[in-house]
Design a protein around this ligand. Structure first.
Ligand SMILES: [Zn+2]
Ligand SMILES: [Zn+2]
Length: 202
């Protein structure tokens, strides 16, 4: 729908904000976000719907990112499609200007400005910086996609996994191991002894 508008979608200008903020709706590709195959295997485009507000330079971003990620199930090792729909929350602050030089003569106005400057020591994880009058949303969205990956991806909560003996994917049906009635081990050993004993002694 917004062919060719991807760059504008991911790099909005502060000048484009109205008093109500800015709404961004469209589709982006994994490439647009800088996602590599190591980060996540994305199938198809990702749908982005974001609302941005600018309050004196602090830009708050909320919205939703939707798409499909290919993951590998930790139990059955099969690739499966993981539909994604997660909320995006981030704040963008202006990149602090280069550290002021400490001169001996302090202009009172400058000194006051220094006090006001916020030390970005303890930034919350979802806080990003922007330069000039343009935001770069791609790195923020990329992080959201990466962080959405579960520690233990499962194709389904009740994935049966692989048979520990024959390695068959048990989601595709039972294997022969399960079909065979469990034979007590001592009987098997006895049978083998009887057979081998009988044949070797005679
Ligand atoms: Zn599985
Ligand atoms: Zn088996």
């Amino acid at each position: 729908m917004q062919v060719g508008a991807t760059m504008a979608l991911l790099t909005p200008l502060l000048a484009d904000f109205t008093t109500d903020g800015l709404s961004l709706v469209g589709e982006v590709t994994a490439e647009d976000l800088g996602l590599t195959g190591d980060d996540a295997v994305v199938r198809g485009p990702l749908a982005v719907s974001l609302d941005l507000t600018n309050v004196e330079g602090l830009v708050a971003v909320t919205g939703v990112l939707e798409g499909t990620i290919l993951r590998e199930c930790v139990r059955c090792l099969k690739e499966y499609e993981d539909p994604l729909a997660f909320s995006v929350r981030a704040a963008f602050i202006p990149e602090p200007k280069s550290a002021p030089r400490h001169s001996k003569r302090i202009d009172p106005r400058k000194a006051r400005a220094e006090v006001v400057e916020v030390e970005p020591e303890e930034e919350p994880d979802d806080q990003y910086q922007y330069q000039g009058n343009q935001l770069e949303l791609a790195p923020m969205l990329r992080e959201h996609v990466i962080l959405s990956a579960p520690m233990q991806p499962l194709c389904s909560d009740d994935c049966l996994g692989l048979c520990a003996r024959c390695g068959k994917n048990l989601n595709e049906g039972p294997c022969q191991c399960a079909a065979e009635p469990p034979i007590p081990t001592f009987r098997v050993v006895q049978d083998i002894k009887r057979k081998t004993g009988g044949s070797s002694v005679s």
